[in-house]
Design a protein around this ligand. Structure first.
Ligand code: PHB
Length: 389
């Protein structure tokens, strides 16, 4: 308890130090907490690359303040996230914490953001309730209900009447399962079974065998970014597609970071999501091109876009507060921002601090010898369906 009191005192002191005392010449520090190693490392790699690209394109001095990124690897484990967040706030005196590759990481840092009045920008994690964990949280990624509801509206209109759901057994998976099922059922479809796989080291084989036996029209999948190719591989190895079972899901499963290596078996897979590297806009073409040039041809995925836009939100807040804003003032300047992202127009809802964005239906197709999620329909300005208020 005593240790906890000391930590709280240090966090409050950090908050007070930030109040109006920022000297124009001090660096503006962004603590980026990301999984740089472990199973979620692709998320860290993508977001770091995007944040660095944003800074290279927009300069590293904003409103007279030099912007400094401090990157910490939390291996997507909440204990490490908490420790890094505390260290960044108390010792490095960062102005903003950002990143958060998985939901448990974002939730672990939330109380520290509240106590120290430090804005926390969620660039990756996507469980609906995260933004309710602290009034200092702003999200630049997406929510699973946004993508799942859009897909559940498309599916029954396209000949799919029965579905088995298969999700990672934690926040975003449970959101995907619930919001897909509720909407699909409302639309007259039937979820015949809901399967959950462990978040860590999942073995999909026994679950896929079960799906084969149940023989639904389609298998709906949510797995976190980085796990999609394992699902795809086993789905094809078991000949599920040949057995007439369609693979559908949120776009996490046909993640642009891995899609091109999944092979032609991925062709035709329909998903709903907020970003495809193939998105047809001048801004996105420029983004994909610059991202590739700066990173040995790497293709940006939806995590990269969350990182790029999160940096934009922070830069705009720093500008709006003329380089002098404390945590509360920066937070106020983040709320209500509207701008064009490589994914399309986005909006930070001032009430919920969550992102409002277009959700696209996409199908995996080959273009110039490469696999892409090709967008074929759009639902405009989707708020998080998971918000109760
Ligand atoms: C999450 O943990 O919130 C999460 C991680 C990866 C995703 C989506 C959600 O692709």
């Amino acid at each position: 308890m005593q240790k906890r009191t000391l930590i709280q005192a240090a966090l409050v002191a950090a908050a007070l130090a930030g109040t109006g005392a920022a000297m124009a010449q001090d660096a503006f520090k962004i603590g980026l907490i990301l999984p740089m190693t472990g199973p979620q490392a692709s998320t860290g790699r993508q977001i770091e690359a995007a944040a660095r690209l944003y800074m290279a394109q927009n300069g590293d001095t904003v409103a007279g303040r030099k912007v400094q990124l401090i990157i910490k690897d939390d291996v997507a484990t909440p204990d490490q996230t908490r420790r890094h967040a505390q260290d960044l706030i108390v010792n490095d005196k960062v102005n903003v914490i950002a990143g958060f590759g998985v939901t448990p990481a974002a939730l672990a840092a939330a109380p520290l953001a509240t106590q120290s009045k430090t804005p926390l920008v969620v660039m990756a994690a996507a469980t609906s309730s995260i933004t309710e964990a602290s009034p200092y949280i702003v999200r630049s990624s997406f929510t699973l209900p946004q993508a799942s509801v859009a897909l559940a509206d498309w599916v029954p209109k396209n000949g799919i009447k029965t579905v088995v759901t298969l999700v990672s057994d934690y926040g975003p998976g449970l959101d995907a399962e619930k919001f897909f099922k509720d909407r699909f059922t409302f639309n007259g479809g039937k979820v015949v079974e809901s399967l959950r796989v462990p978040m860590r080291n999942p073995d999909f084989a026994p679950f896929l065998q079960k799906v084969r036996d149940l023989k639904p029209d389609a298998l709906f999948v949510f797995v976190p970014s980085g796990a999609g190719s394992a699902v795809m591989k086993q789905f094809l190895e078991r000949g599920m597609d040949k057995a007439g079972i369609k693979l559908i899901g949120t776009g996490d499963v046909t993640d642009d970071d891995q899609l091109n290596d999944m092979g032609d078996g991925a062709l035709g897979v329909v998903t709903a999501h907020h970003y495809s590297a193939d998105h047809n806009s001048a801004m996105n073409k420029k983004f994909v091109d610059a991202f590739g040039k700066a990173n040995k041809g790497m293709r940006p995925n939806f995590m990269a876009v969350g990182g790029y836009d999160g940096m934009h939100i922070i830069y705009q807040a720093l500008k709006a507060t003329q380089g002098k804003g404390n945590g509360d003032q920066l937070l106020a300047a983040m709320k209500g921002q509207i701008f064009e992202s490589p994914r399309g127009k986005i909006f930070i809802d001032a009430q919920t601090r969550d992102i409002v964005q277009d959700i696209y239906l996409r199908k995996v197709e080959k273009k110039n010898g490469q696999l892409y999620n090709v967008e074929f329909d759009v639902i405009k300005d989707v708020k998080d369906p998971g918000k109760t208020k």
